[in-house]
Write a protein that binds this ligand. Structure first.
Ligand code: FES
Length: 101
């Protein structure tokens, strides 16, 4: 569904971990785009209805791309770049007090 345009300088492929599963993504692109390219489209569920949410605006306005990143909850995946070794967790319902941020 989503595919980044090819660039003159190929990006380095790195491994991040999504819900504990290793995933190969391109370093330097936004985390939201990288996750969409893997086929993941539900990044979180809402606290009340548990409805699935995924990136909508890709520019920091809608907050539908929130994930837990390296232990910090409520990180906008469209506003951070991929770095090797990142630990990403989908947010399910309300954040827990132990999840930081
Ligand atoms: S996709 Fe809208 S804030 Fe990230």
């Amino acid at each position: 569904m989503f595919k980044a345009l090819e660039t003159a300088v190929p990006a380095q492929v790195v491994t991040i971990y999504v819900d504990g599963t290793p995933v190969a993504v391109r370093e330097g692109e936004t985390l939201a785009l990288a996750l969409l390219e893997t086929g993941m489209d539900d990044f979180r569920t809402t606290p009340v209805s548990r409805a699935k949410r995924g990136p909508f605006c890709l520019m920091g306005a809608c907050f539908d791309c929130l994930v837990e990143l390296d232990g910090h909850a409520n990180v906008q995946a469209c506003c951070v770049e991929v770095r090797a070794g990142q630990q990403v967790r989908r947010q399910r319902g309300a954040r827990s007090p132990e999840s930081g941020a």
